[in-house]
Design a protein around this ligand. Structure first.
Ligand code: AMP
Length: 215
């Protein structure tokens, strides 16, 4: 079950990757999460990536490719994975193809979540997350039990720097320019599976499983 979840910021890639992990045990590989962790820990990588991420720009291809390829080589990816937020450019997709080929693997499908832009902005601007355990909430759509605090550990929730309104516009523009061309790239390979990203997370997940022939 080697999957790519494709879609603009706020499309629901992370939510669906977590559902796939729960049911099928395949790890969610989020280059955004790996990078945010590096920023929190103040590593060299974090120092390099942090300002680009805060501005809503992409981190250079060679940096993210080596992170993702290293992660894909770990043992828990042997029976599958759900890539979330990678690849994001054509060179990244080509590097992924080459790395998988080297390991005798290939992608099964690319799930492309389709969500209109107004909905993306609404979802992202209400998104809050726990700086400690990474749990994600939404002020209206998935409010925590105690406003502003994580249900699991009680920490104060924060808004990601790049989820602030002016950065969101930048990220959507970057998506349109650099990532959207991946749809045609994967369509040519016969891998693209467009799925509506509107409605309940459960309904979207059911559609994904249907598309994969696993419902
Ligand atoms: P995400 O959590 O996927 O929205 O990623 C947050 C930020 O991390 C992005 O806006 C980029 O700055 C950076 N990032 C994550 N994945 C990639 C990638 N595949 N290529 C380049 N930059 C990335």
């Amino acid at each position: 079950m080697n999957l790519v979840l494709l879609g603009p910021p706020g499309a629901g890639k992370g939510t669906q990757a977590k559902k796939l992990l729960e049911e099928f045990g395949i790890p969610q590989i989020s280059t955004g999460d790996i990078l945010r962790d590096a920023v929190r820990r103040g590593t060299e990588l974090g120092k390099k990536a942090g300002p680009l991420m805060a501005a809503g720009k992409l981190v250079p291809d060679d940096v993210v490719v080596s992170l993702a390829v290293e992660r894909l080589r770990q043992r828990d990816c042997a029976r599958g994975f759900a890539l979330d937020g990678f690849p994001r450019t054509i060179p990244q997709a080509e590097a992924l193809d080459a790395a998988l080929r080297q390991e005798g693997k290939k992608l099964e499908a690319v799930i492309s979540l389709q969500v209109p832009e107004e909905t993306l902005v609404e979802r992202i601007s209400g998104r809050r997350s726990c700086p400690k355990d990474g749990s994600v909430y939404h002020v209206y759509q998935k409010p925590p039990r105690r406003p502003g605090h994580c249900d699991l550990c009680g920490s104060e929730l924060v808004q990601r720097e790049d989820d602030k309104p002016d950065r969101v516009r930048e990220r959507l523009a970057v998506y349109a320019a650099q990532t959207a061309p991946l749809e045609a790239y994967y369509a040519r390979q016969g891998l693209l599976r467009p799925v509506s990203g509107m409605g309940s997370p459960e309904g979207i997940y059911a559609e994904i499983k249907k598309t994969l022939g696993r419902s």
